[in-house]
Design a binder for this molecule. Structure first.
Ligand code: GDG
Length: 524
């Protein structure tokens, strides 16, 4: 049995090491990671020196963990003025890579013209690709692919992807060992094609963090965009997705988009113009130790005291970036419906929502935040004066808006129900963090559209994301679940998360690289 933080489980099952073939592969290569956002930010201090701020998140942890076996270099867009200045300094000094203080890897920045970057990031990557891949369009009205979109594609997405490829090539060309390039996500779909053209010998792997929709939905994009994306993605040796479902959709999309693909469905291989791409799934997870550390930090403990004042006999929680794919508004509609159906809960349950404002330069995100505020105001007004709690009027929903990760983790310790009803989600790490940290044997309500569903659904209450009525019933079912059943599922969820943490994600990718393409390095 684990203690309430799962410490025993941790010691028992988690510390597997990097398997030998993968370790052997890493000892013979240089690992190049490329992602839009890098693992470290530079800032210029008044005395002219540079300070660095390390990024957080699973991918950074995963690469740090394997960087002791290999030389790892991270290529990323320069985000801050400090990044750009540091990149200029590196160019003046003729440094191929920058060595940040206290980092496990070196970095190289892609410095783009701000307008190109804006077209790449704010016109194509986020409003277009992200929306497409989460099926977010109201299709009779959106998207309009107009001259602005075409311009953003040709003079933004293509431009910045080419720059990424150039910087990666500069690193690869100066590396003494054969390079393996691990590309991250939808910002960089065109990079593998450019890399393969220039260096047919490179080993390329691309992990897509978000869902991959069916080929019919991709048809909303111009055929030139689709072809360019599929053509380039098939320059990879391995393409990885969060779930087998997304991997399958990718195979179908390539089949529907390109004429000359030859697909082996059983082996999950696509042959295209003499090259084979393996299509695999690697469910991402959390860094169990790091999440526990932040949750136990002074900062989190301080928040905990405050959060406790908002708990009720029953507490429902949600934690999300405030954006449409997370389905926050329908979550509140379901809560409202639950209160209508079960007035016996009036005054006895609080819904706490910790929301991080996100991508406020995209109009739909701003509108969505307004919709959230509107429905919360409506629910709180509707139930004002129906009940009291500790002598004050009951407030059924409490919104916490802001960027505060320790606070969000602190809240996860106290829910009775965690509502994760995303319409579509690559994985959804909140479901996993909650399962790890919660101390009340809380019940997970989980959308079928979340990537996490594949791993966690057996121990969660499933909801179809648009089904407000069933979500209301699920809230009731969760709040009335017998304690022993709650405990059983909560422990099973925690065990699953601990067993398959972020190291399992990176290790399985490296094992596949060693098994499928490692041999070609020996021959080279
Ligand atoms: C992509 C995919 C996939 C919470 N409050 C704050 C905050 N958080 C943390 C959460 C969690 C993370 O942010 C959000 O997790 P997601 O899974 O939604 O990840 P995204 O980065 O949005 O998205 C997603 C993921 O990539 C990994 O592959 O799971 O499907 O969309 O860890 O606890 N973080 C900060 N401030 C907060 O207030 N900084």
């Amino acid at each position: 049995m684990a203690d309430e933080h799962g410490a025993t489980l941790n010691a028992d099952v988690r510390r597997r090491d990097l398997p030998e073939p993968a370790r052997d592969l890493l000892s013979r290569v240089t690992l190049i990671i490329a992602s839009n956002r890098g693992p470290v930010e530079f800032h210029r201090e008044p005395d002219g020196s540079f300070s660095t701020r390390r990024g957080t998140g699973g991918v950074v942890t995963a690469i740090s963990a394997v960087s002791r076996f290999t030389d790892a270099i991270w290529v990323a867009a320069a985000m801050t003025d400090g990044d750009r200045l540091r990149a200029e300094l590196a160019a003046e000094r003729g440094e191929a890579v920058i060595e940040p203080d206290n980092a496990d890897f070196r970095v190289r920045f892609v410095v783009s013209d701000p307008e190109d970057y804006d077209r790449y990031y704010n016109h194509i990557s986020n409003p277009l690709l992200w929306f497409l891949q989460h099926y977010l369009w109201d299709t009779p009205r959106q998207p309009d692919i107009d001259h602005i979109t075409w311009d953003a594609w040709n003079n933004g997405y293509v431009t910045v992807n080419r720059q990424f490829a150039e910087e990666i090539l500069a690193v690869a060309d100066s590396s003494a060992q054969p390079p393996i390039v691990m590309l991250q996500d939808y910002h960089l779909y065109l990079v593998p094609g450019y890399l393969r053209e220039a260096r047919p010998d490179l080993i390329l792997q691309h992990f897509v963090h978000i869902p991959w929709p069916d080929p019919d939905y991709w048809r909303l994009l111009p055929v030139e965009f689709r072809r360019a994306i599929c053509h380039s993605m098939l320059a990879n040796d391995i393409v990885g997705f969060q779930t087998p479902r997304h991997a399958r959709s990718f195979v179908y999309t390539c089949e529907a988009t390109l004429d000359d693909v030859d697909i082996d469905y059983r082996r999950r291989e696509i042959r295209y113009r003499g090259h084979t791409t393996y299509v695999r799934s690697y469910p991402i997870s959390i860094d169990v130790d790091a999440v526990r550390r932040v949750a136990a930090s002074e900062d989190a403990l301080r928040h905990e005291e405050h959060i406790k004042t908002f708990l009720n006999e029953h507490t429902i929680l949600r934690v999300d970036r405030a954006e449409p794919s997370k389905n926050i508004v329908r979550g509140f509609q379901a809560y409202d419906r639950f209160l209508e159906l079960h007035p016996e809960f009036l005054g006895r349950v609080n819904f706490l929502a910790f929301l991080v404002p996100s991508r406020l330069e995209v109009a739909e995100y701003v509108d969505y935040l307004d919709d959230i505020n509107t429905i919360v105001g409506r629910i709180n007004t509707k139930y004002a004066n129906v009940a009291e709690r500790d002598g004050v009027a009951w407030e059924p929903v409490r919104l916490f808006i802001g960027d505060d990760y320790p606070r969000a983790l602190a809240a996860m310790k106290y829910y009775d129900v965690l509502l994760v009803n995303a319409i579509f989600d690559g994985m959804n790490l909140v479901a996993k963090e909650g399962a790890l940290l919660n101390r009340r044997n809380g019940v997970l309500i989980l959308s079928e559209g979340a990537g996490a569903y594949q791993q966690l659904s057996e121990h969660a209450l499933s909801v179809s994301p648009a089904d407000v009525e069933s979500t209301a019933h699920a809230i009731y079912q969760a709040l009335t679940m017998p304690p022993e059943q709650r405990a059983y599922h909560a422990q099973a969820l925690r065990r699953l998360v601990i067993e398959q943490d972020i190291l399992a994600w990176i290790y399985s990718q490296l094992e596949d690289l060693a098994a499928t393409v490692g041999g070609s390095l020996v021959r080279a």
